[in-house]
Structures are given as C-alpha cells and as structure tokens.
Design a protein around this ligand. Structure first.
Ligand code: FBP
Length: 333
C-alpha cells in the first residue's frame, strides 16, 4: 500500500500552523467541507429529485434564483448557524448579512460566500462551484455589524472554493500556500490530492465571455485580440476555455496556467463579479499559488471594500498573462 491517504483534518493539524490557534479555523474548513459533501450529493441526483429550474425568486443582484442556489445557500446557513463557529455570515443570495448573537463572542470568525457559482450551468449538468472567504471579527466589545464584513481582501484569514466537477474538490489557503483535496465518496473524506499548488507564469488558455466584446473598452479588446495572433514564440494563439463557471475556469488555470477575465464594460466599468465573496477569495488563492489577480489597474486584494455586494472587474491567472492584460487595458502597449 502506498502512502496512507491524508485527510483534510489530519493535514490541517499536521501541516498548518496558526500561532495562538484554537483549531477554530480548521473546524471552519471542515464545516465548509461538510457543506460540499451535502451539496455534491444533491447535485449527483439533481435531475431525479426535482431541484432543477428556477425558484421563482429574484436575488439582490437582480438575478433569477435557481432552486439549487437556494438549497446551497440554506445548507451553508444551517451548517454555520448550528456549528457555533461564525458570528456573522454573508452570502451572494442575501441582501443583508445574518448576524449570530447566539455564537458571539466565543465565535470570532465571519464567513462570506457565493453558495453556488456558475448558476447558468445548474440545469445542464455542467460544472458548478462555491466560493468562501473568512474574516476575523476584530471587535469584542459588541456584536459585529455589516461594516465589519466589508473589508479589503488582504484581511482574509482563509479563502477557497468547492468545485463540483467530475469529482468534488475543496481547495483553500490560509496564507501558507494552496492545497487541494478530492472527496473520496466511498469513505466520505476529503483526501489530499494537490499539495502546494503552483501555477506557471504563462499559460495557453484564456476564458472570457466574448459575446460582450462590443461592450468592452479598446484596451480590453486589444488584449483579447492579441491572444488570437499566430505567434509560435509566445505560444499564441491561446485556446478559449470558458465554462460558465468561474470556479471551474480558475481551477483549470491554477493547474495549467492561463487567464480568466470578466472585464469592466464601457457602460458597466465594474463588470459583473462580486469583490467580497468571488474576486477576493480567488485572488488570494491564485496569488498564494504564484499568480496574479487584478482589476486591470490595481491588485484585487488592495481594492477598497465599500459595499457588501460591490462588483469589480477581474483578470486572474498566470502572472505574466495578467500583466500583459493590465498593460493593454492601461493603454501601455
Ligand atoms: P453566479 O455566482 O451568479 O453564478 O455568477 C458568476 C458567474 O456565473 C461565473 O461563474 C461565470 O464565470 C460568469 O458569472 C458567467 O457570466 P456570463 O454568463 O455573463 O458570461
């Protein structure tokens, strides 16, 4: 028998050191893992248990809510309400955060998440994900407020995603590199499959919704056009890989390099994606793996957070590819 498989909990205990740590952050990662197991189980049978289609609701983003969005959101809420591990929770699907006085002050962490990423993929069995960001509640004189959840990406203490692809994975960072675990359904455990992930400085694929081309700035158009030029020396043209699921596209790039873009548009300079529970956690993951994440003009993790559901343009992936995009968008090439 080869090396005995390393479970998520064992890996965290053995390899992750949190000065003055109480094990709470590890338990939060474990709880996210539990949410992933529950949602993966539903997804595997989605077409059989009447959970496909729209729920009839419209969320704070003005988007049609899918039944699976609601199920995923409820699963996160229940898991963290009952865990006693978080004193506040914010979600893409909820206008206001849920404050948990019953968990305060013993719980000093707050969780922000996109419960189901890739909503346009839910009804066609295409890849899906969930994205999470963990912040520490700095105050102990009173319950946290919404403002305390609206913080720069540099203040995250943990971040990651669940990826519902051909297998279910949990990928995270606590600032000590990026590690990937694959769910072994037979034993219901996440086992270490990708330790210390590093992405190459340059890739061969790009992901962007080119259907929005006419809405882009000239700098963005110029950059995406440049990826299609025949130039062996620079490995161009790149191949398009856009799945409709940010987590799936970033996961591919994390393992093989390349760039994903959801740029700002002339009439919508902040684009579509949300800063606090989509861009910030993925930016930290990619940076910890040696990549780069930018708005086109500044580092995502340095963007000042002002609102819970604020949007931000995102270009993320291999460091040299993202630098090229920044230079083009800033009109320097
Ligand atoms: P959701 O979290 O609502 O799914 O939005 C994010 C997302 O679906 C990403 O996963 C994906 O990359 C992008 O939006 C697709 O947007 P578009 O359909 O405009 O290309």
């Amino acid at each position: 028998m080869g090396q005995f498989p390393l479970t998520l909990s064992r890996f965290i205990l053995q390899k992750q050191t949190f000065p003055g740590g109480t094990g709470e952050l590890s338990r939060i990662l474990d709880q996210v893992g539990l949410v992933g197991k529950l949602i993966a189980q539903d997804l595997r049978r989605a077409g059989l248990i009447n959970i496909l289609g729209a729920s009839g609701e419209v969320n704070v983003q003005g988007e049609t809510v899918k039944k699976l969005d609601e199920i995923a959101n409820e699963t996160f809420l229940k898991a963290f309400r009952q865990s006693g591990l978080a004193c506040a929770i914010a979600s893409e699907e909820m206008e206001k955060p849920v404050l948990l006085p019953e968990n305060w002050p013993q719980a000093k962490y707050m969780l922000l998440f996109d419960p189901l990423d890739g909503s346009s993929n839910t009804d066609c069995n295409m890849p899906l994900g969930a994205i999470f960001s963990v912040l520490k509640c700095e105050r102990n004189d009173r319950m946290p407020t919404e403002d305390e959840l609206v913080r720069r990406g540099t203040e995250q203490v943990a971040a990651g995603y669940l990826f519902y692809g051909s297998s279910t994975m949990l990928v995270y960072t606590v600032g000590q590199g990026v590690h990937g675990f694959t769910l072994e359904p037979g034993i219901g455990e996440y086992l270490l499959s990708h330790e210390q992930i590093r992405l190459p400085a340059r890739g061969k694929v790009y992901g962007v919704n080119e259907g929005n081309y006419h809405k882009w700035t000239s700098g963005t158009k110029k950059y995406v056009d440049s990826l299609k030029i025949q130039d062996k020396a620079t490995g161009r043209p790149y191949s398009v890989r856009y799945s409709g699921c940010l987590v799936a596209d970033v996961h591919r790039i994390l393992l093989g390099g390349g760039i994903y873009l959801y740029p700002g548009e002339v009439d919508k300079p902040n684009g579509k994606l949300r800063l606090l529970y989509e861009a910030n956690p993925l930016a930290w993951i990619v940076e910890q793996a040696g990549g780069r994440a930018s708005t086109g003009t500044m580092r995502i993790l340095d963007v000042e957070a002002k609102q819970l559901h604020q949007r931000v343009p995102l270009m993320i992936g291999s460091a040299d590819d993202v630098r090229d995009a920044e230079q083009s968008i800033q009109g320097q090439t």
